[in-house]
Design a protein around this ligand. Structure first.
Ligand SMILES: [Zn+2]
Ligand SMILES: [Zn+2]
Length: 304
């Protein structure tokens, strides 16, 4: 069977193909799903938007409305009870190794879709193919991979593709809220995993993103690299994209303007903690009261 493969050899072509597919999926995820459909910081020409939607269907089985709704809810409750996937709530290992299951749980909740899924594509192809047949695309990709690389390498290439999106999601949603540096004292625990967003195209700059979610540009310092933003600039240059909003202030100016609550945040946290302590103290008083009342009760008469 491997002999049927058009590009069965050499092996490195299969590797390059898998990396290229993964890269394109990352491009569509950060540009279309995240920066455009969810936060509306950039709009693409219909032809580009359709190509990205088609590619995501073919390689990830992600339904736009589900992704958008879950991610908007994440921003609404970031690192608090109600966040669909927060390492602060359920622990870092749970998100890094199983974040996809938290995502699926929220994506299957009709209330989440109803409340946070507004404005997503609702055309014929979305309803009848991308949503109703959301897994058909990756099945077609499996057929294509087997055709190109044979019955052994083909499924291996396909597996890399199939686990690519969940792994990337788990890293951003887990590590991006646990490890790294912060430019902005946001109320959540978001962090910039790494200053050079090469691998996941700027999504590494997660604290910058949480500080100003609508901005199509994630980089905040000149030395930070946001490859997704480079793609947006290129598409804008050839009139295939239109930036709605991109942060123009420097990190220092933006922080001074919007995050002067560097002092207020710790105070709010202290107040919250004091409230919790008060509740605990009240509970202790109630217990002591109950015990004291019980002690005052006359002893049961003993029968000789
Ligand atoms: Zn986040
Ligand atoms: Zn976001």
């Amino acid at each position: 069977m491997p002999g049927y493969a058009v590009l069965a050899h050499p092996w490195w072509i299969a590797l390059l193909f898998a990396l290229a597919v993964g890269h394109l999926t990352n491009v569509c995820t950060t540009l279309y799903l995240h920066r455009s459909a969810t936060h509306e910081g950039v709009q693409f020409r219909p032809v580009v938007e359709h190509l990205m939607r088609f590619w995501l269907w073919l390689t990830s089985a992600v339904v736009t409305r589900e992704w958008v709704a879950v991610h908007r809810k994440h921003h609404a409750y970031a690192d608090k009870e109600g966040d669909p996937h927060s390492p602060a709530v359920v622990g870092l290992p749970a998100i890094v190794f199983g974040g996809v299951f938290f995502y699926q749980k929220a994506a299957r909740d009709p209330e989440v879709l109803e409340k946070y899924g507004a404005g997503c594509p609702d055309d014929w192809v979305e309803r009848n193919i991308y949503t109703r047949r959301s897994s058909l695309g990756i099945v077609l990709m499996l057929v294509l991979d087997i055709y190109l690389f044979g019955i052994v390498i083909g499924p291996m290439v396909w597996t890399v593709m199939a686990i690519w999106t969940p792994i990337m999601g788990n890293i951003i949603n887990g590590v991006g809220h646990a490890l790294g540096y912060r430019n902005f004292e946001t109320r959540d625990r978001s962090r910039n995993i790494y200053p050079w967003g090469l691998w996941i195209l700027g999504e590494e700059l997660h604290n910058n993103h949480h500080a100003d979610p609508r901005s199509a540009k994630f980089k905040a310092h000149w030395w930070e690299i946001d490859v997704g933003w480079v793609y947006i600039k290129l598409l804008s240059f050839v009139k295939l994209a239109k930036v709605g909003y991109a942060r123009s202030l420097s990190a220092k100016e933006f922080a001074a303007k919007h995050y002067t609550e560097k002092v207020a945040v710790p105070v709010a946290e202290k107040l919250e903690k004091a409230g919790e302590e008060l509740e605990k103290a009240k509970a202790r008083i109630d217990t002591a009261k109950t015990e004291a009342l019980a002690a005052l009760q006359p002893p049961e008469p003993t029968v000789d």
